[in-house]
Design a protein around this ligand. Structure first.
Ligand code: UDP
Length: 327
């Protein structure tokens, strides 16, 4: 079995690459290293079944050949983060929409047996109902959310029209080892763990009572593999932890001081996936408790050494456009 992982040197992709190398698959990682880090996959280079192609999914000619004879494709390559997507919608459109188009065309050309798309729960924006079902209204708030959703629509269209077996998984707040952003202000774990290492206070947004459906990366990998192995096609499925946890609880688990920063416009007070579809169709259940997941991160905290350390002022500056456009 040969699998192709776009974005395979990133946070989730590199864990997926580990899984498939451990399971003795032939693994090809395609990544332009814009967000992904070689450090995440360097330990895999010694394996004869592992190949790394440094290439950009926006360039069809440079990536298509690795899709030849591929059984499964995992499309995780994308530009992430909110503010840069507001500042550079063009780049986000190219990577997340045109890039997805190229990946789909390569899958179609080489008759790939299954493609799994990593979609984002940000498509729900501020939903009316919690836990949120897949049928909730689509309300993207910024180009990252919009372009990831457009990518999902492409995947569903290719599945329907060209009979390309495809499943889109909507991930909710994934966290775990290697969850580190490159330079832009991003997901909370990367921010807080770097602050903890530097003995700086955690920058808590609002009153910290907002909650997130923090889902541990090994549960995500499990869901992705289960979806690939299944006979499903044309399905969109939420993947979450079955729970929602406050930022204050996260701070309690990490331990340390806090500084409060303004509530961000356009962000939900809660994210919480209704995962009954995943349970029913995939027989998938999350296994890692939030407390255990955070514990694992704390024992691997050195990974965030030299990561950007954010504070109240640098965050205010980095999120100027966010406040300007979303309020
Ligand atoms: N958050 C925070 N301080 C930070 C960054 C994030 O308190 O410096 C909070 C944020 O308000 C949100 C949660 O952490 O409730 C998760 O934020 P993240 O940006 O990781 O994910 P998203 O808001 O997109 O779900």
């Amino acid at each position: 079995m040969k699998v192709v992982i776009t974005g395979g040197s990133g946070f989730i992709g590199s864990h997926l690459a580990d899984f498939f190398i451990d399971s003795n698959y032939e693994v090809v990682v395609v990544d332009n290293l814009s967000i992904g880090r070689l450090e995440n996959i360097s330990h895999l280079f010694v394996h004869s079944k592992f190949t790394f192609l440094e290439a950009d999914i926006t360039d069809f000619d440079s990536i298509e050949i690795v899709f030849k004879d591929a059984d499964w494709v995992f499309h995780l390559a994308a530009l992430a983060d909110i503010v840069p997507s507001i500042e550079n919608p063009n780049e986000y459109y190219r990577s997340n929409v045109n890039g997805t188009f190229n990946v789909l065309e390569a899958c179609r050309k080489y008759h790939v047996k299954k493609i799994i798309y990593s979609a984002s729960s940000s498509c729900y924006g501020i939903p009316d109902e919690y836990p949120t079902k897949e049928t909730a209204e689509i309300r993207p708030q910024y180009p990252y959310a919009l372009t990831k959703h457009l990518g999902e629509q492409l995947v569903m269209h290719w599945s329907q029209l060209y009979s390309l077996p495809a499943v889109s998984l909507r991930f909710f707040n994934v966290y775990g080892t290697r969850a580190r952003t490159s330079g832009t202000y991003g997901a909370v774990f990367g921010v807080f763990l770097a602050q903890k290492l530097a003995k700086k206070p955690y920058t808590v947004v609002g009153d910290g009572f907002q909650t997130r459906d923090f889902t541990y990366v090994s549960d995500i990998v499990n869901a992705i593999v289960t979806a690939a192995e299944s006979n499903l096609s044309g399905e969109i499925i939420n993947i979450g932890s079955n729970n929602t946890y406050s930022i204050n609880h996260l701070v309690e688990l990490l331990g340390g001081d806090v500084v409060y920063i303004p509530k961000r416009p356009g962000e939900p007070n809660c994210t919480w996936a209704d995962i009954s579809k995943a349970k029913q169709l995939l027989n998938w259940h999350p296994k890692v408790s939030f407390e255990d997941g955070v514990e694992v991160l704390l024992s691997n905290i050195d990974y965030w050494d030299n990561a950007p350390i954010w504070d109240k002022n640098s965050i205010a500056k980095a999120t100027e456009k966010w406040f300007e456009y979303l309020s």
